[in-house]
Design a protein around this ligand. Structure first.
Ligand code: ADP
Length: 267
């Protein structure tokens, strides 16, 4: 899955990243789904170990255009993990209190502690995406944020947090289909937001903003992965595989028992 990692210093051109690619897996959709089952079972074990050991901190950042599948990833890839020790942090339009602080204030508070996995459903990247596209602050303000973000993520990494960032890359046609099915299918209508249609008109501006963010903030300590996301099963597989491989590298151990258990009698 390393083919999807953005090399630090390289320039991302999203048009050349195929949203329907499945070349990292040697199999079809039904085999992919079986593989995901194995991965989620392994993820469950690894998360339990992470929690028990209580040393490592893992931060997962999910960003995407509307309908890109952030919620689907959270549902399918983390299916079965123990909710103790895994937290989802959602970042919405900032409140008045949040806006009265710097833009990383609300973010830093949500980062993982030892033994925890935190998933950011949107993140501080909104502050160089929606904020840029809608001119919510002047260009000189958002332009300097890439440096802040790199420094912030470096601080987290140096203090022991492993960071993985996933951009779920869908095509504009795929977004149309997903919006239409939200409009037409009763059990999906609750997700339909007319505001998404306005954002869709700004597809080109968002693409440019994403390309800059991905190019300027993929670092050794906090890499971006551009995940082909038109096919949901493949998207889940890419993320599941990357997570499992990352957690395997932690080389974790269950902590030893506090007492000499040979002498303990349970009456
Ligand atoms: P989602 O689309 O992630 O399921 P919502 O429909 O509640 O969740 O959308 C959250 C909204 O908050 C998005 O439109 C997003 O662009 C916006 N948002 C998040 N962070 C910021 C920010 N820092 N400034 C302005 N808008 C933001």
């Amino acid at each position: 899955m390393e083919i999807y990692r953005v090399k630090p210093g390289s320039r991302v051109d999203l048009d050349t990243c195929d949203t329907r690619d499945t070349s990292g897996f040697d199999g079809d959709k039904s085999e992919g789904k079986k593989e995901l089952k194995k991965l989620t079972a392994r993820l469950e074990e690894l998360q339990e170990l992470l929690y028990a050991e209580g040393k490592q901190k893992l931060l997962i950042i999910l960003q995407a255009m509307d309908t890109g599948g952030k919620d689907g990833v959270i549902r399918h890839v983390f299916d079965g993990v123990n909710p103790q020790g895994v937290k989802v942090a959602n970042f919405k339009v900032p409140t008045a209190e949040e806006l009265s602080h710097d833009y990383l204030w609300r973010v830093h508070k949500q980062t993982p502690g030892r033994g925890e996995i935190v998933i950011f459903n949107r993140s501080h990247y909104e502050d160089v995406l929606v904020v840029r596209v809608h001119n919510l602050v002047p260009p000189e303000v958002w332009q300097r944020r890439y440096d802040h973000i790199n420094a912030f993520e470096q601080l987290l990494a140096e203090e022991g947090t492993t960071i993985l960032k996933f951009f779920l890359h869908i095509s504009k046609d795929e977004q149309r289909e997903r919006l239409e099915s939200r409009r037409d299918e009763p059990h999906k209508q609750w997700k339909f937001n007319v505001g998404d249609l306005k954002e869709r008109k700004l597809w080109g501006d968002y693409t440019a903003a994403y390309e800059d963010a991905l190019s300027k903030t993929s670092t050794e300590w906090a890499p971006w992965y551009v995940v082909p996301a038109d096919r949901k099963w493949y998207r889940n597989l890419v993320i599941g595989t990357t997570l499992v491989e990352t957690l395997e590298r932690f080389d974790m151990r269950y902590p030893p028992a506090a007492e000499n258990l040979d002498e303990v009698v349970v009456e």
